[in-house]
Ligand binder design. Structure first.
Ligand SMILES: [Zn+2]
Length: 101
């Protein structure tokens, strides 16, 4: 997967298409990521105890990693990400400006 926690990404689909946000959670096994403040849905909760009110809570839903693009920190644009081996480390790089992300 091309995305890591803390990356700034741009949404390519869904109702938040075009918006950007920081990745707060990555689940590599399912290929899904969670973006702060994006893909927010209202969740209705019923009162579980007596005297407690039912309410609507806004929660972020995860999106598939293929629906976002990483924003390159040096060229500030949504870019495709490549991988290469540098020394004995695997690094990600921007396919546009070739700098390491
Ligand atoms: Zn770049």
């Amino acid at each position: 997967m091309n995305i890591k926690k803390g990356d700034n990404v741009k949404m390519l689909s869904g109702k938040d298409r075009g918006k950007t946000g920081a990745v707060v959670k990555v689940t590599p096994s399912t290929g899904r990521i969670m973006i702060e403040g994006l893909n927010v849905f209202k969740k209705h909760s019923r009162p579980t105890k007596q005297g407690q009110k039912g309410q609507m809570v806004e929660v972020s839903r995860s999106v598939n990693a293929s629906n976002v693009m990483v924003i390159c920190p040096s060229c500030k644009a949504p870019v495709r990400v490549g991988h290469r081996v540098e020394g004995n480390r695997n690094v990600r790089f921007c396919k546009k400006c070739k700098s390491i992300i």
